[in-house]
Design a protein around this ligand. Structure first.
Ligand code: ZN
Length: 150
Protein backbone atom coordinates (compact mmCIF):
# COMPACT_ATOMS: atom_id res chain seq x y z
CA UNK A 1 0.00 0.00 0.00
CA UNK A 2 1.56 3.26 -1.18
CA UNK A 3 1.83 6.21 1.20
CA UNK A 4 -0.64 8.90 0.03
CA UNK A 5 1.68 11.63 1.30
CA UNK A 6 5.11 10.76 -0.06
CA UNK A 7 4.28 7.80 -2.37
CA UNK A 8 6.70 5.57 -0.53
CA UNK A 9 5.88 1.93 -1.20
CA UNK A 10 6.51 0.45 2.24
CA UNK A 11 3.83 1.08 4.84
CA UNK A 12 3.13 -1.02 7.87
CA UNK A 13 -0.16 -1.96 9.45
CA UNK A 14 -0.31 -0.71 13.01
CA UNK A 15 -3.91 -1.62 13.78
CA UNK A 16 -6.80 -3.40 12.09
CA UNK A 17 -10.36 -3.78 13.18
CA UNK A 18 -13.80 -4.54 11.84
CA UNK A 19 -16.11 -1.64 11.18
CA UNK A 20 -19.64 -1.58 12.61
CA UNK A 21 -21.20 -3.46 9.72
CA UNK A 22 -18.56 -6.21 9.96
CA UNK A 23 -18.20 -6.12 6.20
CA UNK A 24 -15.27 -3.77 6.07
CA UNK A 25 -11.92 -3.99 7.78
CA UNK A 26 -10.24 -0.74 8.71
CA UNK A 27 -6.48 -0.82 8.76
CA UNK A 28 -4.40 1.91 10.29
CA UNK A 29 -1.10 2.21 8.46
CA UNK A 30 2.08 4.10 8.97
CA UNK A 31 4.53 5.10 6.29
CA UNK A 32 8.02 3.81 6.98
CA UNK A 33 9.59 6.82 5.33
CA UNK A 34 7.65 9.92 6.42
CA UNK A 35 5.80 8.30 9.36
CA UNK A 36 2.48 9.69 8.15
CA UNK A 37 -0.54 7.72 9.32
CA UNK A 38 -3.57 6.88 7.23
CA UNK A 39 -6.39 4.35 7.09
CA UNK A 40 -7.44 1.89 4.45
CA UNK A 41 -10.75 0.10 4.25
CA UNK A 42 -10.91 -3.38 2.84
CA UNK A 43 -14.14 -4.78 1.53
CA UNK A 44 -14.91 -8.45 1.81
CA UNK A 45 -14.75 -10.02 -1.59
CA UNK A 46 -17.44 -12.12 -3.15
CA UNK A 47 -15.77 -15.29 -2.07
CA UNK A 48 -16.71 -18.93 -2.33
CA UNK A 49 -19.60 -18.18 -4.62
CA UNK A 50 -20.35 -21.02 -7.01
CA UNK A 51 -21.76 -20.08 -10.38
CA UNK A 52 -24.10 -22.51 -12.08
CA UNK A 53 -23.73 -22.13 -15.80
CA UNK A 54 -26.27 -22.63 -18.55
CA UNK A 55 -25.11 -26.20 -19.17
CA UNK A 56 -25.49 -26.76 -15.39
CA UNK A 57 -21.78 -27.14 -14.83
CA UNK A 58 -20.39 -25.26 -11.84
CA UNK A 59 -17.40 -23.01 -11.39
CA UNK A 60 -16.08 -20.61 -8.77
CA UNK A 61 -17.10 -16.99 -9.20
CA UNK A 62 -14.30 -15.00 -10.78
CA UNK A 63 -14.44 -11.20 -10.81
CA UNK A 64 -11.76 -10.82 -13.46
CA UNK A 65 -13.55 -13.16 -15.78
CA UNK A 66 -16.81 -11.27 -15.42
CA UNK A 67 -15.03 -7.95 -15.91
CA UNK A 68 -13.42 -9.26 -19.05
CA UNK A 69 -16.68 -10.46 -20.51
CA UNK A 70 -18.38 -7.12 -19.80
CA UNK A 71 -15.50 -5.25 -21.40
CA UNK A 72 -15.61 -7.51 -24.41
CA UNK A 73 -19.38 -7.51 -24.81
CA UNK A 74 -19.64 -3.73 -24.50
CA UNK A 75 -16.78 -3.24 -26.93
CA UNK A 76 -14.81 -1.45 -24.19
CA UNK A 77 -17.46 1.22 -23.66
CA UNK A 78 -17.31 0.23 -20.00
CA UNK A 79 -13.77 0.11 -18.70
CA UNK A 80 -11.41 1.46 -16.06
CA UNK A 81 -13.04 3.11 -13.05
CA UNK A 82 -16.51 2.83 -14.64
CA UNK A 83 -16.07 -0.90 -14.88
CA UNK A 84 -14.76 -1.14 -11.32
CA UNK A 85 -17.75 0.81 -10.05
CA UNK A 86 -20.14 -1.33 -12.06
CA UNK A 87 -18.48 -4.48 -10.71
CA UNK A 88 -18.77 -3.22 -7.13
CA UNK A 89 -22.50 -2.65 -7.61
CA UNK A 90 -22.95 -6.01 -9.29
CA UNK A 91 -21.04 -7.81 -6.53
CA UNK A 92 -23.01 -6.00 -3.83
CA UNK A 93 -26.17 -7.38 -5.42
CA UNK A 94 -24.69 -10.85 -5.74
CA UNK A 95 -23.79 -10.67 -2.05
CA UNK A 96 -27.31 -9.55 -1.13
CA UNK A 97 -28.55 -12.81 -2.55
CA UNK A 98 -26.69 -14.54 0.28
CA UNK A 99 -26.72 -18.04 -1.17
CA UNK A 100 -23.69 -20.21 -1.82
CA UNK A 101 -24.69 -20.84 -5.41
CA UNK A 102 -25.87 -18.40 -8.03
CA UNK A 103 -27.13 -19.04 -11.53
CA UNK A 104 -25.05 -17.36 -14.23
CA UNK A 105 -28.23 -16.02 -15.82
CA UNK A 106 -28.99 -14.15 -12.61
CA UNK A 107 -25.56 -12.54 -12.64
CA UNK A 108 -26.14 -11.59 -16.27
CA UNK A 109 -29.43 -9.95 -15.38
CA UNK A 110 -27.83 -8.01 -12.53
CA UNK A 111 -25.17 -6.77 -14.97
CA UNK A 112 -27.87 -5.85 -17.48
CA UNK A 113 -29.89 -3.85 -14.95
CA UNK A 114 -26.81 -1.93 -13.88
CA UNK A 115 -25.70 -1.28 -17.46
CA UNK A 116 -29.15 -0.03 -18.36
CA UNK A 117 -28.88 2.73 -15.77
CA UNK A 118 -25.41 3.65 -16.96
CA UNK A 119 -25.09 3.32 -20.70
CA UNK A 120 -27.84 2.30 -23.08
CA UNK A 121 -25.51 1.34 -25.91
CA UNK A 122 -23.36 -0.78 -23.60
CA UNK A 123 -26.56 -2.32 -22.24
CA UNK A 124 -27.73 -3.26 -25.69
CA UNK A 125 -24.36 -4.68 -26.67
CA UNK A 126 -24.18 -6.79 -23.53
CA UNK A 127 -27.79 -7.90 -24.00
CA UNK A 128 -27.12 -9.01 -27.54
CA UNK A 129 -24.26 -11.21 -26.37
CA UNK A 130 -25.88 -12.38 -23.14
CA UNK A 131 -29.29 -13.12 -24.58
CA UNK A 132 -27.66 -14.24 -27.81
CA UNK A 133 -30.12 -12.52 -30.11
CA UNK A 134 -30.16 -14.96 -32.98
CA UNK A 135 -31.53 -12.52 -35.50
CA UNK A 136 -31.24 -8.88 -36.44
CA UNK A 137 -34.99 -8.63 -35.92
CA UNK A 138 -34.69 -9.40 -32.22
CA UNK A 139 -31.92 -6.82 -31.88
CA UNK A 140 -34.05 -4.12 -33.51
CA UNK A 141 -36.97 -5.06 -31.29
CA UNK A 142 -34.85 -4.57 -28.17
CA UNK A 143 -33.54 -1.30 -29.56
CA UNK A 144 -37.08 -0.06 -30.11
CA UNK A 145 -37.98 -1.02 -26.57
CA UNK A 146 -35.13 1.11 -25.26
CA UNK A 147 -36.01 4.06 -27.45
CA UNK A 148 -39.60 3.93 -26.28
CA UNK A 149 -38.62 4.12 -22.64
CA UNK A 150 -36.41 7.16 -23.26
ZN1 ZN B 1 5.17 8.59 3.44
Amino acid sequence: MKCPFCNHIETKVIDSRDTNDNKTIRRRRECEKCQARFSTYEQIEVLNRVVIKRDESKEAYNREKLEKSIKLATNKRIKGSDLRQLMDEVEAEINCDGKAEIISKKIGNIVLNNLKKRDQVAYLRFASVFKSFGSGKRFVKELNKIEKTN
